[in-house]
Design a protein around this ligand. Structure first.
Ligand code: PLP
Length: 389
């Protein structure tokens, strides 16, 4: 394809890392996972990392951990403030743990939650806020952090789309009580499947480790606040304290993650160079709304929303993109409220959800990869320029 939606970022080093794991004889979660967790947490200036088998699993164990905290756990019926655009598995764990969602519209230009509406979103039952940085662009994480602190809320950051983004000199993923990451193919770091939760809280760290692996105690240190050892190794080896899962990662994925993490700064720099090329073409053109950076985007992709007031024929534009061999998709699944699965949810909305609808109906993204995309972006502009007159 001339302009791919997703592209591999692997080279010889990733192949070697995989073969080293196979030769080592230890393929299930072990030393490489621990090393990657440590390195990834350090890269973000955080205390603890817990790797899992996907970003969705990271969200699941993170919400489960908040529901199992000893003091002030999230409880069924509690309300959580969420943005109207995010990936489905940002929301599913909240539903699965009996929480009620309060959807807030997004800003059309940043595509992130409109924080001007946060006070309106607050009710006596509000207990948490979920911040999602869409496609590399940091959400107002600083504002969300302050809002959460002011009102005694948990702040969970779903950072699955925005590794290596920065806000006020701090990495995205560094603001929440916990933050999640995805290492799926095409993400900033790709380990085939994979995810991580970062936190600075020791209790959450231990809850995450237990919930990741059956709800057992085996991966916890002896001085954990979660339980008291009986002293018998026999009974401790199979001791279950939480209704957990098995969402453990593999040594292979962690070994790839270690290689990819070293390459991440250079890959982000190249993605940002492509972003500059994209902006030079599209910025200021009234026919298109492109993503306005809040802080420093790590430019997962480039988004374009066709100005709905110009009544451009969307299907004609999409057909022209296909003809030009340019891959595109809707922005992170669009307005989540418009998906069939919403019928299972307990939710309400904070005012009208207007901008998420516009992004749903008139928006799409194209890929950004860590190599020079000037020819691809040039062709994209030519196609849109021609079809959006
Ligand atoms: C915002 C967000 N959260 C969670 C996920 C889930 O990650 P994964 O595909 O690794 O399960 C994604 C996937 O891209 C995402 O975009």
């Amino acid at each position: 394809m001339f302009y791919e939606l997703a592209a591999s970022t692997w080279g010889e080093d990733e192949r070697t890392a995989i073969l080293d794991v196979l030769d080592s004889g230890r393929t299930t979660m072990g030393g490489r996972v621990a090393a990657f967790e440590e390195a990834f947490a350090r890269y973000h200036g955080r205390q603890y990392g817990v790797m899992v088998n996907s970003g969705s699993s990271a969200n699941l164990v993170a919400i489960a951990a908040l529901c199992h905290k000893q003091a002030r756990p999230l409880q069924r019926g509690d309300e959580v403030i969420v943005p109207a655009i995010s990936w489905a598995t940002t929301y599913h764990p909240l539903l699965q743990y009996g929480l009620k969602l309060r959807f807030v519209d997004i800003e059309l230009d940043t595509l992130n939650m409109d924080c001007a509406q946060l006070e309106r979103a607050l009710t006596p039952r509000t207990r948490a806020i979920v911040g999602v940085s869409i496609l590399g662009n940091p959400a107002p994480l600083d504002i969300m952090r302050r809002f959460a602190d002011r009102h005694g809320l948990y702040f969970f950051e779903d950072n699955c789309e925005s590794a290596d983004a920065e806000l006020g000199g701090r990495k995205a993923g560094g603001f929440g009580d916990m933050s999640s990451f995805s290492f799926f193919f095409s993400h900033h770091i790709a380990t085939m499947e994979g995810g991580m939760v970062l936190t600075d809280d020791v209790e959450l760290h231990h809850l995450l480790r237990s919930l990741r692996a059956h709800g057992w105690t085996r991966d916890l240190p002896a001085d954990t606040p979660l339980y008291k050892r009986t002293g018998s190794d026999h009974f401790e080896a199979y001791r279950f304290i939480l209704p957990g899962y098995n969402v453990r990662p593999l040594e292979i994925t962690a070994a790839i993650g270690l290689v990819q993490l070293q390459k991440l700064p250079a890959m982000t720099a190249q993605r940002r160079e492509n972003l500059a090329v994209f902006k030079a073409k599209f910025d200021g053109d009234p026919r298109f709304v492109i993503q306005r950076e809040n802080g420093k985007s790590s430019a997962f992709a480039f988004t374009i929303i066709l100005d709905p007031r110009r009544s451009v024929d969307r299907e004609r534009v999409f057909a022209a993109l296909r003809d030009a061999d340019i891959g595109f998709r809707m922005i992170t699944g669009g307005n989540f409220l418009r998906h069939d699965v919403i019928k299972y949810y307990d939710y309400d909305t904070v005012g009208e959800i207007r901008n998420a609808d516009i992004a749903h109906d008139y928006g799409f993204f194209v890929g950004n990869h860590p190599h020079d995309l000037t020819p691809q972006i040039t062709r994209l502009y030519e196609v849109l320029d021609r079809t959006c007159n």
